[in-house]
Ligand binder design. Structure first.
Ligand SMILES: *Cc1c(COP(=O)(O)O)cnc(C)c1O
Length: 823
């Protein structure tokens, strides 16, 4: 039997046509006026559609449009929203520093969480990518997203009677998704191909509009492929390594080819996690075609490549056996003229010769690297130190750019309106202006509290068959059930928990939600144990488990919860972002000092669990953290919440938390950091060595020769004398002159001499806790150079410094990667 599908679109009257445009751009999802517009068409059908405006428009009968086209109120609303939309798109000049519009940034990610109706994400990584695109749009950064189109997305979670997770996959028809197929002038889909394991795999390209930002999605589901190959991109994080490596080749190599095919020439590439790192191969091959050899090409692309590392676990998951790599990628790198061994070496962890690690490969081929919180930066430096054997931990070239969230996506409407009134309209365009956030103090406590209670009631009433009451302290815990997140820590002492929760006057309610990766048996067991606890201990009226955690549930939870609990094993939570979503809505964080909370925590803003000490003994550690959790609940959180009907001290905390954390952990701040620390220097590098002219190719070849010379003669570089004047012991207030004498065979500007602060015996010297560049003041006729700097002394202490000589980063942007250091 043959089946064929016919898609029939609604035919809207011409004065309603702007609805199509609005529905085809994700912009609607973070704009309350647009949401209200679609909702008023038919509130029930709006919710039932996902909510997904495109589905709504293609579901309602023609009679709806016949009456709407004459509804003046609606038409006025529509033209207002449509004007807002066009105005938004037109504010085209970018508001970020002096980043040039011509330097396109290509942002690659395995997942994008834009909205619950667009199922291209599994969790935090995807939501971060989605928020990155939305914020790039707000700031008019010239960025394009690159990802995969998963027709079956990530799984929908159902728990069976035993609390065991069942995974269901729904088919997502592109008909209902706000994307268009990229087509040739003849209207045929543009096809791109990649050779994988000896077979040409074809894919088409979808374009999804995120405000001003296009997101391009590769899709292998085309008739030109065999049945099996059509399914390569059908599901996110499903299947084994064989499928994963093929998806990653399509994403990295295919995505780069697709951009070229549609005539987008990025200056800068940003890899969100290592999944897309094969793009390096394609970029190198494009330069080889322009006459570079592969090592020259590597240097050229490296300076323009940014890698954001997420996993704080050294092994990570994204590691392929070398043989598998040769099988799937062999054709590609042989055609590229890269010797097998040299290519493998780039991805080989120092301690394992049979594996190819995507994060290692990405770290070695990207000139800019960052972790996603300040703690995660320090942890990453330690983990990846073996890749830079000559550097100290602190010198390992990995930055910290703490994650942030797209405020308008996560903030509830009621607070948007309240902020419009008390902070002044336009506050969201000036998120980084701290003076604006001080105005939160002016909001009367009862106003904020009433909004919070309304949101909380709405959350609780949306839970079917729930006994929860909005009067009671309500805690939320929702995230992936990976074992390091310790989803069951709160159940460690079940008697104490029961006593606390079932207290007659001051009960506690808990809402839990979260999926476990399909292959993570341990994670599923934790979910099951949680569900069993609730059943066996008769905690149904205090605890609910919400199935199928996704962005829709996240939205409701973060806007309605009193307290947000997070209990990871420190320091395994790279950042986490859900606590930020809670904070901007007035919820209070109660968490282990890990990820973002390690840098955000202050006693005025919320609570911490445990201490920063990382105990090796797991049982002692869990016991300490659980006790701290119960104690803080019993003696701090519960009394404060129940102090009165309108708990003023609690509300003061909410206000401080909103005012302090909203600007600091916004994606606006995050993108400014990326722009200043990574995008701008990468774009400058591109402009200098962008390979468009023969002069630039020649400059690059000269550069490579200089690097060769550096390597050959480096051993001659020597620190011959270090002196402190007047003496190495002085009184506070005296200025000390540091003089360093260096012997070097190179021109003076080839070297940079740094004073690296190692430690202070009383930790008072934070201000000077930065590398200082010591200028050269003198060179004698031979090969001796004198470097001098002045040191201020403000506190009595003993300071330890290191002197470090390395290639000058201005001439050699890859300076720390050359492993050329003299001390
Ligand atoms: C924000 C969000 C996450 C991130 O969770 P963390 O544990 O805070 O990293 C995961 N899933 C969904 C659906 C989210 O909205």
């Amino acid at each position: 039997m043959r089946t064929i599908q016919l898609h029939i679109r609604s035919s809207l009257p011409s004065n309603l046509h702007p609805l199509w445009e609005l529905a085809r751009n994700v912009w609607w999802s973070w704009n309350s006026n647009a949401i209200n517009l679609f909702r008023r068409i038919n509130p029930q059908e709006y919710e039932a559609s996902g909510p997904c405006p495109l589905k709504l428009l293609n579901t309602l009968p023609s009679s709806t449009w016949d009456s709407l086209k004459e509804d003046d109120g609606f038409l006025e609303h529509l033209s207002e929203v449509y004007k807002e939309f066009l105005d938004y798109l037109e504010t085209g000049t970018n508001k970020v520093t002096d980043y040039k519009n011509s330097n396109t940034i290509a942002y690659f990610s395995m997942e994008f969480g834009l909205h619950e109706s667009i199922p291209l994400y599994s969790g935090g990584l995807g939501v971060l990518s989605g928020d990155h695109l939305k914020t790039a749009s707000d700031l008019s950064l010239p960025l394009v997203g690159v990802g995969l189109f998963y027709s079956e997305g990530y799984f929908r979670q159902i728990l069976n009677k035993d609390g065991w997770q069942i995974e269901n996959y729904d088919v997502n028809d592109p008909f209902y998704l706000p994307m268009q197929l990229m087509v040739e002038s003849s209207n045929k889909p543009i096809l791109v191909d990649v050779e994988i394991a000896g077979t040409k795999i074809y894919f088409q390209i979808w374009k999804l509009n995120v405000g001003k930002i296009p997101l391009y999605l590769m899709d292998t589901n085309v008739p030109e492929n065999s049945g099996e190959n059509r399914l390569i991109t059908s599901r996110l994080y499903a299947g084994g390594q064989e499928l994963r490596i093929q998806q990653e080749i399509i994403l990295g190599v295919g995505g780069t080819r697709a951009l070229q095919k549609i005539q987008i020439q990025p200056s800068v590439y940003h890899l969100n996690e290592g999944h897309s790192a094969f793009l390096t191969l394609e970029r190198i091959s494009q330069l080889i075609k322009k006459g570079l050899d592969w090592q020259e090409a590597l240097i050229a692309i490296k300076g323009t490549q940014i890698f954001t590392v997420h996993t704080p676990v050294p092994a990570g998951n994204d590691v392929f056996p070398a043989q598998m790599l040769a099988h799937y990628l062999g054709d590609l790198y042989k055609n590229y003229g890269i010797p097998d061994n040299e290519f493998f070496n780039l991805g080989r962890p120092p301690d394992n010769h049979a594996e190819f690690s995507m994060p290692v490969f990405a770290l070695r081929t990207s000139g800019h690297r960052n972790g996603v919180s300040q703690l995660h930066k320090r942890v990453s430096k330690k983990i990846w130190k073996p890749l830079w054997p000559d550097l100290l931990d602190s010198e390992v070239p990995i930055n910290g750019i703490t994650n942030g969230i797209h405020t308008r996506t996560w903030l509830c409407n009621e607070l948007v309106e309240l902020f419009d009134f008390y902070l002044g309209k336009g506050w969201d365009a000036k998120l980084n202006d701290l003076a604006i956030w001080k105005r939160i103090e002016n909001i009367p406590n009862t106003e904020i509290w009433n909004i919070h209670m309304t949101r909380k009631s709405r959350l609780l009433s949306s839970i079917p068959k729930s006994y929860l009451s909005p009067e009671y302290l309500t805690i939320g815990f929702a995230r992936r059930f990976a074992s390091y997140k310790r989803g069951n820590l709160i159940f460690r002492d079940i008697e104490r928990l029961k006593k606390l929760m079932q207290n007659k006057e001051r009960p506690i309610q808990l809402i839990i939600s979260g999926k476990s990766h399909p292959a993570d048996h341990l994670g599923k067991e934790i979910i099951q144990s949680v569900v069993k606890f609730i059943q066996n201990e008769n905690l149904n009226s205090n605890i609910v488990f919400l199935e199928n955690y996704d962005m829709q549930i996240a939205h409701k939870l973060v806007r309605g919860i009193d307290v947000w609990l997070n209990t990871p094993i420190r320091p395994l939570e790279a950042s986490a972002t859900s606590g930020m979503k809670v904070a901007i809505n007035g919820g209070l964080n109660f968490s282990i000092l890990d990820g973002w909370w390690d840098e955000a925590y202050h006693e005025d803003l919320g609570w911490c669990i445990g201490t920063r000490e990382m105990l090796a003994n797991e049982s002692l550690r869990d016991e300490r953290d659980a006790q701290s959790l119960y104690d803080t609940l019993e003696f701090a959180i519960v009394p404060l919440y129940y102090s009165s009907k309108v708990p003023n001290e609690w509300i003061e905390k909410m206000k401080k938390s909103i005012a302090t954390l909203t600007p600091r952990f916004s994606a606006n701040r995050m993108l400014m950091d990326y722009t200043n620390q990574s995008y701008l220097p990468a774009a400058k590098f591109y402009e200098k060595w962008s390979m468009h002219s023969t002069e630039q190719i020649d400059a690059l070849k000269r550069h490579i020769n200089n690097v060769k010379e550096l390597k050959e003669q480096w051993l001659q570089v020597e620190v011959t004398r270090v002196e402190l004047k007047p003496s190495d012991t002085v009184n506070v207030g005296e200025t000390v002159t540091l003089q360093v004498e260096i012997y070097s065979p190179f021109p003076e500007n080839w070297l940079e001499v740094n004073l690296v602060f190692a430690k202070s015996d009383n930790n008072k010297s934070e201000i000077i806790n930065k590398d200082i560049v010591i200028p050269c003041v003198e060179k004698d006729s031979g090969k001796k150079f004198i470097y001098v700097t002045l040191l201020e002394t403000t506190n009595p202490e003993i300071r330890t410094y290191n002197i470090r000589v390395c290639p000058n980063p201005i001439l050699f942007p890859e300076h720390l990667d050359l492993n050329l250091v003299a001390r």
